[in-house]
Design a protein around this ligand. Structure first.
Ligand SMILES: [Fe+2]
Length: 152
């Protein structure tokens, strides 16, 4: 899917990508509610890929562009990278549980991950994305082209 079909501005694009991650997690919760282990396995792959792609798009494209444009390397992007590391650690534990088919553990760890994600996303959407829009909005189309490989 071409990223040109997604929301047109930088801030809206990344907020929309947060919602894609939320939706992918919601589908997992529904599969567990339905006691549908086959669906859980398939949906887990989608969720993990969607979230890992989101983190990579930020760390490898958005954050470096923000840091270069503002000269701020120890500011918001530093904090966001630390939080991404925390999120990946929980995600890794969840992946092991998903492979074992341990839906109880997936949900338990999922509660932790969801709490981290909600606090993290709120900060990005209230602060980092608007700041990025200001300093990078004029070069967004070029940046978006660099994100295309992340979604295939
Ligand atoms: Fe994000």
């Amino acid at each position: 899917m071409s990223l040109a079909d997604r929301p047109a501005t930088l801030a809206a694009f990344f907020a929309d990508d947060h919602h894609r991650c939320d939706d992918a997690w919601g589908a997992i919760e529904q599969a567990i509610d339905r006691r549908d282990p086959a669906a859980l396995t398939a949906l887990w792959g989608t969720f993990e890929q969607t979230l890992r792609q989101h983190l990579a798009m930020e760390e490898e494209v958005l954050f470096p562009a923000f840091e270069e444009a503002t000269g701020m390397t120890g500011g918001p992007t530093y904090v966001m990278r630390l939080e991404h590391t925390q999120m990946r650690a929980v995600l890794g534990q969840m992946a092991s549980a998903a492979v074992r088919g341990d839906s109880r553990e997936v949900l338990d760890q999922g509660d932790t991950l969801l709490m981290l994600i909600q606090q993290h996303n709120a900060k990005e959407e209230a602060m980092l994305y608007p700041m990025s829009e200001q300093v990078l909005g004029g070069m967004w189309v070029g940046l978006r082209d660099r994100l295309q490989p992340y979604v295939g």
